[in-house]
Design a protein around this ligand. Structure first.
Ligand SMILES: [Mn+2]
Length: 326
């Protein structure tokens, strides 16, 4: 990783640099971007953090306030020079949750399964539970000290992306977590933990309780309004807690299309493969074995016919047969 980081520095030197996370960034994406920004600053590179999509979840807004994470507005991102160097963090090009921006996407730091066919000059990729783990390791390999505020952000990123070290966690995440744990400010973590839900979120949970249908261990929920990615994911995790649900498929209306969050607790069902297959031809999707997401394009929604929900149940049912049969 050290050599790759040196290559990154060579590319970024003397140029405008934007650290772009996925749209509607989560704590892992923001913590990773924030820590990377500090690492670059120590090497004389002033990079700015940018993302598309809003930050609506109260704990993420609080995180940005407490750690003073500054991000560009979309207008500021669009006003960056044509040849801006873009570092994608916690996401890969061509993913449904990354708005393409101008400039050159030359660097990618990510922990999701590698699916992009796009070329990057520098790739720092590991299949671990959180991107924050990779950035933590970068600090260690470079012999850079991690200040408490950065350690706290990274710890929170690992914690949130692995659902408290329970889902998709690897030994490397645990080692990074344990190291950060000695430095981090636990009062801040507690404060963030105790403020993760706001009143308006209950509307989405209400829709889930009201609209859930369970077929054969698959819990389907259609949230009939737009909500932030993080909230759709939370509802998906919530549905998975039901004993009758082994696989959660939650989708919300989003500007004429549908935004999906899929969770699997069955080792025989790979959520990433499933959503990829189910949305093939009408959208795109992918992700980890246990957590995945996707988007059904508004241009294709008419292909589902008048009963959208039944069409989606059918698509996932068929995809499930294929995934199970390898
Ligand atoms: Mn992540």
């Amino acid at each position: 990783m050290k050599a790759k980081f040196e290559e990154l520095l060579q590319i970024a030197k003397g140029r405008t640099v934007c650290i772009q996370t996925h749209d509607y960034p989560d704590p892992d994406a923001l913590a990773s971007a924030f820590a990377l920004q500090e690492l670059l600053r120590r090497r004389g590179i002033d990079a700015e953090i940018g993302h598309f999509g809003t930050v609506d979840k109260v704990n993420i807004r609080m995180m940005m306030d407490v750690f003073e994470i500054r991000t560009m507005t979309e207008e500021q991102m669009r006003a960056l020079p044509e040849d801006v160097v873009v570092i994608n963090v916690d996401v890969q090009k061509n993913n449904s949750n990354l708005t393409d921006m101008h400039g050159e996407e030359l660097v990618c730091i990510d922990h999701h399964p590698w699916v992009t066919k796009e070329h990057y000059a520098v790739v720092i990729h590991k299949l671990v539970g959180s991107c924050a783990t990779i950035v933590t390791q970068l600090f260690e390999e470079l012999g850079e000290e991690i200040p408490p505020i950065i350690a706290t952000a990274l710890l929170y990123g690992i914690k949130m992306d692995t659902r408290n070290l329970c889902v998709g966690v690897t030994d490397e995440d645990l080692e990074a977590f344990s190291m950060l744990h000695r430095i981090a400010d636990h009062d801040i973590i507690r404060q963030l933990d105790n403020n993760s839900l706001q009143l308006s979120d209950l509307r989405a949970y209400g829709a889930a309780i009201h609209n859930i249908t369970v077929y054969d261990g698959i819990g389907f929920v259609h949230i009939p309004f737009d909500c932030p990615d993080g909230l759709i994911a939370s509802v998906s995790n919530f549905i998975l807690e039901l004993d009758a649900v082994k696989l959660a498929v939650v989708y919300a209306d989003r500007s004429g299309g549908l935004k999906f969050s899929v969770r699997s607790e069955a080792s025989s069902i790979n959520a990433g493969q499933l959503v990829n297959l189910a949305l093939r031809g009408v959208g795109n999707g992918g992700g980890h074995a246990t957590m995945a997401g996707g988007l059904l394009y508004k241009e294709r929604i008419s292909e589902l016919g008048s009963d959208i929900d039944t069409a989606i149940h059918k698509r996932f049912g068929e995809a499930l047969e294929k995934v199970k049969n390898g």
